[in-house]
Design a protein around this ligand. Structure first.
Ligand code: DC
Length: 228
């Protein structure tokens, strides 16, 4: 089956609203939404489950080569499978969040994940969010956005999200985790978070969700020649 449409790459730090914005954008465009962070999270969950030492790069790389990570665009939302198990909720726990940056910094983990992501996007009609989409995974993407917001605002948004899901969470801890993850994501040796030269920088602090989605929709329409 072929999908019409272009590739949209959305990168930025944790909690910038990438996934909410990307999901809504994909829905309005009738595109496939691909959450690459969820793929690294699913792998981290598998590693923890299997008791793999997170300092063992080779074991993590082997796991990434063998693991069956799938994203299913079901009507109720994106469902994440790891070796056939539904891990959609399990990958959002603070434990997975604490370890995922380390796991995703392993070069041998990134290569197979990137291949999978490129395969999912090859027919176009996708909105993909992550950290290295515009720079490495889809450097040819027609629309690239670097979405960010202040740490305080990002922690507040994530806090609300988790409370709504009925999770027990401490704001200060969340804010500290967010800061630590920023440090790790921006400064790590393998695939540090950088903005692609040709990406639009969009700071969403204080911007309404609808405003952000509208800006991105305009960008897509101007590339596809659809002036709506
Ligand atoms: O977007 P997120 O918080 O679910 O991402 C989880 C982690 O995965 C984050 O610490 C960085 C990493 N990640 C990555 O290295 N490359 C991506 N394309 C997506 C996420």
């Amino acid at each position: 089956m072929t999908r019409a449409g272009i590739q949209v790459a959305i990168d930025g730090p944790a909690g910038a609203g990438k996934s909410t914005v990307a999901r809504e954008l994909a829905k309005r465009l009738g595109y496939l939404y691909i959450d690459t962070g969820a793929m690294y999270r699913a792998l981290t969950w598998l590693a923890l489950q299997k008791g793999i030492a997170l300092s063992d790069d080779e074991a993590l790389a082997r796991l990434a080569e063998q693991a069956d990570i799938a994203l299913l665009p079901l009507p109720g939302g994106l469902t994440v499978l790891a070796d056939g198990q539904d891990v959609t909720d399990a990958i959002r726990t603070p434990e997975v969040s604490r370890h995922v940056s380390r796991v995703s910094a392993v070069a041998g983990v990134r290569a197979p994940m990137m291949r999978l992501q490129q395969k999912l996007a090859e027919q176009g009609g996708v909105v993909m969010d992550g950290r290295d989409i515009g720079t490495h995974v889809l450097p040819q993407a027609e629309v690239k956005v670097f979405l960010t917001a202040s740490v305080e605002e990002r922690a507040r948004r994530r806090f609300k999200e988790m409370i709504l899901k009925g999770m027990d969470v401490d704001f200060e801890q969340l804010r500290n985790d967010m800061e630590r993850r920023d440090r790790e994501d921006f400064t790590r040796e393998t695939a540090p978070l950088v903005q692609a030269d040709d990406a639009l920088y969009l700071d969403t602090t204080g911007l309404a969700f609808e405003e952000v989605v509208g800006r991105l929709l305009d960008m897509v329409h101007s590339r596809t020649g659809d002036g709506r």
